[in-house]
Design a binder for this molecule. Structure first.
Ligand SMILES: Nc1ncnc2c1ncn2[C@@H]1O[C@H](COP(=O)(O)OP(=O)(O)OP(=O)(O)O)[C@@H](O)[C@H]1O
Ligand SMILES: [Mg+2]
Length: 275
């Protein structure tokens, strides 16, 4: 397998636990990165298609989806849909992705379908002299299935949302051992970008306790920025808008802007170490 192109940086939002904030983070971190000048692509790999819906892409507009790309019937370029946010593009998902595993399970490159599609896209954009994406965020389904493996094989690193709840750390070791396995067998470049604590409730002692526990266990892997529980963030998808467009001033939007700048700083540090 060829090395990953250094640009765009490809990050998977992954956690096999459901409802921890993967999609909310993909949408709002993507929007925040675009707002500070990055060219961002969100790849929706979840058959639920929540990232696509939350970005206002209705089902009718998903003529070509990531399913078509994974089964080799379309190029990534054909699936791209612009969003209401300047510099933010999405490759939408549909329920078809429920069947992708059956379609590609017997092919030798089943774990590399997405990686190859991104590589072909980067090459085509370069040949055409077009503007390239600087960040690709992949929204994974709540499972460690072949869709998530395709995401991890295509990524420089994984970004793990953890909900501030009693069982926050449960399942994390399984996720981290999957990352190790993918690193060993499929993608030696895969690293852990960081862990983002989500849905923090300041009125609740438990939330503070969880933050302390996760920081004690995971140390520097945990971003400083914590995403608060904020009703504006949960309302925004029903308007087909990122929270940052729906209410820029709300605490959730402001936290995602802060997370974006922390991520860019971390990227600079990674690059300085790699150089
Ligand atoms: N900061 C927040 N404040 C309030 N609600 C939030 C916040 N983050 C996420 N939510 C809500 O929590 C629910 C789960 O979030 P989300 O869909 O992002 O999780 P997920 O990990 O992508 O879920 P799934 O595993 O089903 O894909 C959604 O209803 C979302 O609106
Ligand atoms: Mg989701």
């Amino acid at each position: 397998m060829n090395r990953l192109p250094t640009s765009p940086r490809v990050l998977s939002l992954a956690n096999q636990k459901g409802g921890v904030g993967k999609t909310t983070t993909a949408i709002n971190l993507g929007t925040a990165l675009a707002a500070i000048g990055e060219e961002v692509l969100i790849i929706d790999l979840d058959p639920q298609g929540n990232a696509s819906t939350g970005l206002g892409i209705d089902r009718k507009s998903r003529k070509v989806s990531t399913y078509d790309v994974l089964i080799g019937e379309a190029e990534l370029r054909d699936a791209l849909v612009p969003t209401a946010v300047p510099r933010l593009t999405v490759a939408p998902s549909t329920l078809d992705n429920l069947g992708v595993e059956l379609e590609i399970a017997s092919s030798g490159d089943r774990a590399y379908r997405l990686r190859k599609a991104i590589a072909r896209h980067v090459e085509a954009v370069e040949d055409a002299g077009e503007k390239r994406f600087t960040y690709v965020l992949i929204d994974c389904p709540p499972s460690l299935n072949l869709l998530t493996i395709n995401a991890l094989s295509a990524s420089h690193s994984i970004l793990v949302p953890l909900q501030c709840e009693f069982f926050a750390l449960e399942g994390l070791s399984q996720l981290l051992s999957t990352v190790e396995q993918v690193k060993r067998s499929l993608n030696p470049e895969l690293g852990i970008h960081g862990i983002v604590l989500t849905m923090y409730d300041g009125r609740n002692n438990l939330s503070a306790q969880v933050v302390q526990d996760v920081r004690t266990n995971m140390g520097d892997a945990v971003y400083e920025t914590i995403i608060p529980r904020n009703v504006r963030v949960s309302e925004a998808p029903s308007y087909g808008k990122p929270a940052l467009l729906y209410d820029l001033k709300c605490s959730g939007s402001q936290a995602y802007l802060k997370l974006a700048s922390e991520i860019i700083q971390r990227e600079r540090r990674f690059r300085a170490v790699a150089a």
